[in-house]
Structure formats: C-alpha cells, structure tokens
Design a protein around this ligand. Structure first.
Ligand SMILES: C[S@@+](CC[C@H](N)C(=O)[O-])C[C@H]1O[C@@H](n2cnc3c(N)ncnc32)[C@H](O)[C@@H]1O
Length: 330
C-alpha cells in the first residue's frame, strides 16, 4: 500500500530550532534551580510516550476532557459557527474529531467547518494526525503547521469565523508570565466575536493529581527522561539518562504539579552543542515541567483581562477539568 507523504507548513526552520534548544539548555542548566522547558520532550518518541500517557488509568485529564467534548461539541459548534478551527499543541488531534464532526454538520446549508489547522512543535505528531484526518475527512481542508505557540500567532488562517482551541490542559505548562503573554497573543490574533476554546485542569484531590503525573508503570518517568535523550542526540551531550529519577510533586503554594529529574549521583555533563559543561550534584533536581491546575473564577478573570470573556464554562461532575469557551470582545 502506498501512502501520500504529508506536507507541513514549517514555521520553525531547523537552524532556528537548534538555536532555540541551545539557548534554552544554556539558560536552563546554568540557572538555579536547573530547568529545561517542556516543549523539548516532544520528539517522535516523546510524542508517542505522551499518547501512551493519555491511555493510562491514572491520567484522568484526557478522558475527562474527552467526555466534556463529547457532551458539549454540538453546543460549541452552535455557539461558535466555526469555519476554521485552529488547534494549538494539537498532538494526535484525537479528541478534536468530535469537534470536527459537530462543526462540520451543525448547519443545514453546509456552511460549517471548512478548514482545520493543527499547530504543534512536533512534526511527527502532526504528520500522523494530518494524514489520518485527511483520509477521514476528504471534504475538509487540513493544514498542519509546525510552530511554537509561545510566539506570535497572527495571522491565523481563515476563512472566519475562527475558533482557536487549546486542549489537554497544556495551558498549565506555562508559568504565569508566559501564560499572560500567550493569552494576550491569542486575543490579538482573533477578530471580535471569534472564539477561544480552552481545556484546563482544575485543582482537585492531591493524590489523584500527583498519581496522574507519576504512574505505576513508569510511562511518565520515561517521558520525563526523554528530554535528556533529546539533548544528548541534538547537542551531543553525555547525560547518563538512566541515572535520573522521575519526581512529581504538588506545589500547594503555586497550585501546580512539578515534574523533575533527580540525579542519583554527582556528574559533570558535557554539552558540546551548547558549548557548556555543567556539574550536577547527587540528589540535585532539574525542573522539566509545571502543570498548573486552576480555579474557574481565577482563569475566567485572566481570560476576561485580555479581552476574552468567558461565554460558557463546562466542568465534569467531579470538578477536575473544565472547558472554557471565550468570545473575543467586540
Ligand atoms: C500535553 S500535550 C497535549 C496534546 C493534545 N492537545 C491533547 O490534548 O492530548 C502538549 C502538546 O503541545 C505540543 N507543544 C508543547 N509545547 C509547544 C510549543 N511551545 N509550541 C507548539 N506546540 C507545543 C506538544 O508537542 C504536544 O503535542
């Protein structure tokens, strides 16, 4: 069987990607505490590991959000009248199918969804998703965009009216200043009356939240360590990957989960591609991801403050996840 190669709109040239990784590694590993940004988890293997995480019993966010989407996709389609759906950090686009179905059929005159544009930093995840969706929805234009959603988002593809979706609780990976910048950029890219659909994890039972990021079978641990494999491969570093332990803790002050990698012994790590050598002490931790959990009122206020007042909010019965639908202020 032959498959058609999937073309992508690459907005991160390879040189810029290498430069960005170098800069992030230099800044993160010379800081205190040491840190690495979560976007570097997602090479092809990291994207596959994330998909495996979404299937775990402990990882309730994906199935909770999927259920909310199943229940409310028709309302979302009717409230937004979306012609173009742009999804940021789309990954496998798996949950998005239900939205695409509802948006494609919600108008009798056939003027529903015309264009789906998933945007992700991972070319491999996008290639898979775009290939599958083009096969499943032959009448829908599907364009994959390789880009960093923390940069400027405008101009967004059309035609309007457009909805920007940001699902999976990925908003929680942005620390508060970056989150404000991101939400401001989303707002600036939308026309008045267009929509932003946001899926966010809520502050929930501490044990359940912590287990979601530290599963018994070790998939999240492998995902966490994968960032070191990426740095080894792309910058020629010599991290002894297996000597780092996965740690997930709930930071009650900031209301976020922190994923860290704890060194089991002292090491000098050479990173020639970043022109850097760093000493890591036994028990020292590298912060690799925060996953903030929200309170509906606080996040609604943040959205309103950037011109994206919440029009509708749906939560699951256990109040562990929420979907916010905002309309750009007229
Ligand atoms: C937590 S996963 C969520 C995936 C999917 N939206 C879901 O709900 O299952 C985060 C996704 O965002 C992508 N991503 C992470 N940082 C990014 C960035 N700065 N710019 C673009 N995509 C990014 C990752 O490649 C990954 O597909």
């Amino acid at each position: 069987m032959t498959t058609t190669p999937v073309d992508l709109d690459i907005r991160i040239p390879t040189d810029n990607r290498a430069q960005a990784l170098r800069a992030d590694v230099r800044a993160g590993l010379t800081g205190s505490p040491k840190s690495l940004p979560p976007k570097w988890f997602y090479d092809a293997h990291g994207s596959d590991l994330f998909d495996a995480i979404t299937e775990l019993d402990e990882y309730y966010p994906t199935r909770t959000e999927r259920q909310l989407i199943v229940e409310h996709a028709d309302d979302i389609a009717a409230l937004t009248g979306t012609a173009t759906l742009i999804e940021l950090g789309s990954g496998s686009s798996d949950k998005t199918r239900r939205l695409i179905d509802a948006m494609s059929t919600h108008r009798d005159d056939g003027s529903g969804l015309q264009h789906y544009a998933p945007l992700d930093v991972s070319p491999s995840a996008l290639r898979g998703a775009v290939g599958r969706l083009r096969a499943e929805y032959p009448g829908l234009r599907v364009d994959g965009i390789v880009a960093d959603f923390t940069g400027t988002l405008a101009p967004l593809p059309g035609p309007g009216p457009r909805t920007v979706a940001f699902l999976g609780g990925t908003i929680g990976n942005l620390e508060p200043t970056a989150r404000k910048r991101f939400l401001t950029n989303v707002s600036a890219a939308l026309e008045p009356g267009e929509h932003f659909l946001l899926g966010a994890g809520l502050v929930a039972d501490e044990t359940a939240m912590q287990r979601a990021y530290d599963d018994a079978s070790g998939v999240t641990a492998a995902f966490n360590r994968n960032v070191l494999t990426v740095v080894n491969r792309e910058l020629g570093a010599d991290f002894d990957v297996d000597s780092y332990r996965h740690v997930a803790v709930w930071n009650a002050d900031d209301e976020w989960i922190e994923m860290r990698l704890r060194a089991t012994h002292d090491a000098r790590v050479h990173i020639p591609g970043a022109d850097l050598a760093v000493d890591v002490a036994a028990d020292e931790e590298i912060l690799t991801e925060i996953s903030a959990k929200f309170r509906p009122d606080t996040l609604s206020a943040e959205l309103a403050a950037v011109g994206l007042p919440v029009q509708q909010l749906w939560t699951d019965p256990a109040d562990r996840f929420a979907i916010f639908l905002s309309s750009k202020r007229l």
